[in-house]
Ligand binder design. Structure first.
Ligand code: NDP
Length: 331
């Protein structure tokens, strides 16, 4: 760790895990939970996904300190139906549950062709590609979605109802890292709007509206008003579907219910996650043919490769965070 001339704190990537594990343990996590969350934050930073890395630590710590999240959670896995894993997160952060469910879920999908994990009683504050890539590393196709607190209006409306409701999808590849896309139903993740507000940057037009429903590029006004779904009513339907899959279908909160129960300590609300695993059967060779055709066109790349291309720069340059964030993490 060193302080830069601009006042920011510089960390080497290797310093992230010990700093985060130490902070999480002092805030109430046992080692197993601390390692799982810290790995998730480390992977986000390693891939340049800073809005889901150290930036989230004050929220993680606040929810442990307020007692909302169980830092000693021990997720319980049941199989109520042959193709359903029911995972009770025991009131803890989602990463430990992901590590426990990936292998059994992939095994069910390989045996039966299809399986779902219904993860309930958990707190999700991370980027979803990590859990779908765990499934792809086990040789199955993974799709995951989760809701949050209201940020997006329904089609035609102007008041937040749906979360930013991300969907991640990973496809396994022989001898290669999976193809993955992971995208919010909003034009961008809310964390990016928060970072723009923190750093005083205007947003691109079309990201959000103010409290009166008027278009604005001011991130502070968008945080008070609403973000917009990508693709207009089409993105709103995707966000609605996520509410139904990660809420109604698995018996967990919808975003507006999660917000009503949340203590607003700065961390995530209690919620659920829908995770689908599929046996790719004989489809891997066909997929490679598609990917090759995509890459024949100038200007294309595979989703997931943009994030991976950032790894060497992060390793070389390390990570810069504001001093007040560092002080919150090392309280
Ligand atoms: P982005 O818009 O940055 O990226 C969305 C996807 O598009 C990525 O998989 C990205 O791949 C891919 N992509 C971008 N450009 C191209 C391109 N030119 N060609 C091919 N693929 C491309 O993400 P969002 O802002 O929508 O979401 C950010 C993160 O926020 C996600 O990880 C999401 O899980 C997380 N999130 C979490 C929430 C929670 O409640 N836990 C809530 C909302 C969001 P690549 O990575 O390679 O660039």
């Amino acid at each position: 760790m060193k302080t830069l001339e601009n006042g920011s704190i510089h960390l080497e990537l290797d310093e992230v895990m010990p700093v985060v594990v130490d902070a999480l343990k002092r805030a109430g996590c046992n080692d197993e939970n601390a390692q799982a969350v810290a790995t998730c934050i480390y992977e986000a930073e390693r891939h340049g996904a800073h809005s889901h890395g150290l930036f989230r630590m004050p929220g993680y710590l606040a929810s442990l300190k307020s007692g909302k999240v169980n830092g000693e959670a021990s997720p319980k896995i049941l199989t109520p139906k042959p193709s359903v894993l029911s995972v009770d997160g025991d009131g803890g952060y989602a990463p430990l549950a992901h590590r426990k469910l990936a292998k059994p879920l992939a095994g069910m999908a390989k045996t039966q062709g299809v399986a779902i994990a219904a993860l309930t009683n958990t707190f999700h504050f991370a980027a979803l590609w990590q859990e779908t890539e765990m499934l792809a590393q086990e040789g199955v196709v993974g799709l995951a979605c989760t809701s949050f607190k209201p940020a997006l209006p329904p089609a035609g409306g102007s008041k937040p109802l749906y979360g930013t409701n991300p969907i991640a999808f990973s496809w396994p590849r022989e001898g290669k890292e999976p193809l993955s896309f992971d995208q919010a139903s909003a034009v961008m993740a809310r964390g990016e709007v928060m970072i723009a507000a923190r750093e005083g940057h205007a947003l691109e037009p079309g990201v959000g509206i103010d409290e009166n429903g008027n278009a604005t590029t001011d991130p502070n006004e968008v945080l008070k008003g609403a973000m917009l779904p990508y693709g207009g009513y089409k993105g709103a339907s995707i966000a609605m579907m996520v509410e139904l899959l990660a809420g109604s279908l698995i018996g967990e909160h919808l975003s507006f219910e999660a917000a009503a129960q949340d203590n607003n300590d700065g961390g995530p609300p209690r919620g659920g996650e829908f995770i689908l695993a599929l046996d790719p059967a004989g489809g891997l060779a066909s997929a490679e043919g598609l990917f090759a055709k995509m890459l024949e066109q100038n200007g294309t790349r595979l989703p997931g490769d943009g994030r991976r291309a950032k790894r060497s720069k992060v390793i070389a340059d390390g990570i810069q965070i504001p001093v007040d964030l560092y002080e919150k993490i090392t309280f």
